[in-house]
Design a protein around this ligand. Structure first.
Ligand SMILES: Cc1cc2nc3c(=O)[nH]c(=O)nc-3n(C[C@H](O)[C@H](O)[C@H](O)COP(=O)(O)OP(=O)(O)OC[C@H]3O[C@@H](n4cnc5c(N)ncnc54)[C@H](O)[C@@H]3O)c2cc1C
Length: 563
């Protein structure tokens, strides 16, 4: 008998990807060399098997009418117990799952979602909407305290179709459970694309992107999912909230703005009309090195304020370049790129490179020319992904796979991201790097590695993304690694806020960033948000503990970051 109602390949519950995914020999060597640099011991904890993890018996008594769409199987409950943050995966390696969902629902249509929410509201069951489960901020962990009779993780994966396309307005009605590759494959036959590529693209869903205000791969203009949403349809415990399809509207506060970023706390997004684009044909790219970070940042600011809007404007600092073996391995490097479906981007690149030269940036003219070879739009940009940009892209996609085996050897590897205005940037960058090195030293006794890159740039500021690595425990004691991670993560949460940034630019609030979100949000706004939630979710059953306190339940930070 099947042990899951899930479709598609079997997922790795303790790491990234599918169970069949393997590291290449070169990747294994890269893992070994990072572990050696961190000073990890040869011995470690072996990766967990499903049978290693015992789960408490399911609670609650779902009605017989839901039987066909509810699973209480070990595999389904295990794969819906955590997201994919460092702490989530480490707890899987510890074989520690104290809060599995009691049930996992796989509705086949919108009525199924309505039925689950009806049962939950009537029976005081907490509902955790689940897309791909790639949350990195404690957004899908059913850690809701003990005032609920049961928890149900509501998985949208069967709602995965592009339902309608409007080629005239270039938009599509898409079900929320569609994963990135599935969604793009359905649009491709129409020559269209949504052009939203988060690093987690393969394993995350449209509904998850909207619920978390995800950020795509492109550096400027429409890159946050917010910009691509035309209208949303959400099943809430109080009824269905359908917003109107419009290119824009000045009619009061926008209802979609309440849903985008609601992180499953107000209801379940079942579908959305999304803005699409024609697939790009013209491309140009350049890899630019700088002698120091300050000049590089000044250059990026000029580019961001130039009105050129490069699609790629990813600055890697010297530590990032060294740690990930990009380009010359030592100089701050800017990956610059342009693309268009309509016109050649040669002129934009030419002007951008003038600005680069003014700031002392160095680039290979022949490589830039090669990236624009056949700039007729047909086969254009064959070289666009070669050189440092190509190396970076490949490393970027494979990075999450490389992290997993390091966990069992006592290593801590994690990232955090934020956004800050240009006027504060230099002090912010220096302060965060220094503060994280200090926190790592405090927590582990060594300074570890901290590096930074920009994921997005704006005319008024940048979104820096920090990666840190350290040895949490030389003896691969995972309790010790987790405690050290908690200390570093708390420091990161405090630093980004105190130095003028936001608790998150695109990774969402979840549970792990709530402390910062509560500091950066006006109390009056938080009570208005709680009141809106109360109207949509009168019994407080939707994703309790995520984003804001549910009504009167006083569920604080749960998971591992409890203060
Ligand atoms: C390796 C890695 C790389 C990542 N790269 C990026 C990146 O480049 N950009 C980025 O923005 N994020 C990134 N993330 C974070 C994560 O992928 C995003 O937050 C993503 O949007 C989550 O989508 P999901 O479908 O996996 O949602 P889930 O993780 O399942 O859920 C996330 C939150 O949304 C809620 N939710 C999910 N679906 C619905 C729905 N239909 N209705 C209502 N609420 C819902 C959940 O309850 C939860 O609170 C990355 C994560 C990992 C592990």
């Amino acid at each position: 008998m099947k042990d899951t109602l899930s479709i598609g390949p079997r997922r790795r519950f303790w790491g990234w990807g599918n169970t069949a995914d393997e590291l290449s020999v070169a990747e294994q060597q890269s893992v070994n060399s990072t572990l050696a640099r961190l000073g990890a011991s040869a011995a470690g904890v072996s990766s967990p098997q499903e049978s290693d993890v015992s789960l408490r018996p399911s609670r609650g008594a779902p009605p017989a009418t839901l039987q066909a769409i509810l699973s209480g199987s070990h595999y389904d409950r295990l794969t819906h117990s955590y997201g994919k943050s460092f702490a989530d995966l480490l707890r899987m390696w510890q074989r520690a799952v104290p809060n599995p969902p009691d049930w996992v629902a796989f509705p086949q249509d919108e009525q199924g979602v309505v039925d689950v929410l009806d049962w939950a509201s009537r029976s005081n069951v907490a509902v955790i909407p689940f897309g791909g489960g790639t949350s990195v901020c404690g957004g899908v962990e059913p850690a809701v305290g003990d005032s609920y009779t049961a928890t149900v993780s509501l998985d949208l994966q069967l709602l995965n179709r592009v339902l309608e396309i409007d080629p005239i307005s270039r938009s599509a009605r898409i079900q929320a459970g569609a994963f990135g590759p599935d969604l793009e494959a359905q649009l491709k036959s129409h020559g269209l694309t949504m052009r939203h590529y988060p690093q987690s693209f393969q394993f995350s869903t449209l509904g998850g992107w909207i619920a978390t205000r995800a950020g795509g791969h492109y550096a400027t203009l429409a890159t946050h999912i917010d910009d691509m949403v035309q209208s949303t349809r959400t099943v809430t415990p109080a009824g269905i909230l359908q917003t109107r399809r419009l290119p824009a509207s000045g009619a009061g506060p926008a209802p979609d703005r309440l849903i985008i970023g609601s992180e499953g706390t107000c209801g379940v997004i079942t579908e959305a009309w999304m803005r699409l684009q024609t697939r790009p044909r013209f491309r140009a790219s350049a890899s630019v090195t700088f002698t120091d970070m300050q000049r590089a940042v000044a250059c990026v600011r000029m580019l961001a304020q130039s009105g050129l809007y490069p699609t790629n404007c990813r600055l890697l600092d010297a530590d990032e370049v060294a740690n990930f073996h990009i380009g010359d391995g030592r100089s701050p490097t800017l990956m610059l790129g342009f693309e268009s479906a309509d016109h050649t981007v040669r002129e934009s690149m030419r002007r951008a490179l003038e600005l680069v030269a003014e700031c002392g940036g160095i680039y290979d003219v022949a490589a830039v020319e090669a990236s624009m070879a056949n700039d007729s739009g047909i086969g254009a940009g064959v070289g666009a992904r070669s050189g440092a940009a190509g190396e970076w892209r490949d490393t970027f996609i494979r990075m999450p796979y490389l992290r997993d085996p390091m966990l069992g050897r006592g290593a801590i590897l994690d990232t955090f991201e934020t956004a800050v205005t240009w006027d504060k940037f230099d002090a912010f960058y220096a302060g965060v790097k220094e503060g994280i090195h200090r926190a790592i030293k405090r927590a582990t006794g060594n300074p570890g590695m901290v590096s930074c890159r920009f994921t997005h740039v704006y005319p008024d500021g940048a979104a820096p993304y920090f990666t840190f690595a350290a040895l949490g425990s030389a003896k691969a004691d995972l309790d010790q690694s987790l405690a050290a991670w908690c200390e570093i993560k708390r420091a990161a949460n405090d630093l980004v806020i105190s130095l003028g940034g936001t608790s998150t630019h695109h990774h969402a609030v979840g549970r792990d960033h709530r402390s910062g979100y509560e500091v950066e949000s006006a109390p009056l706004f938080l009570s208005a948000l709680a009141a809106a939630k109360s109207a949509l979710d009168p019994h407080g059953v939707m994703n309790p503990g995520v984003l804001i306190d549910p009504l009167g339940r006083k569920i604080g930070l749960s998971g591992v970051l409890v203060r």
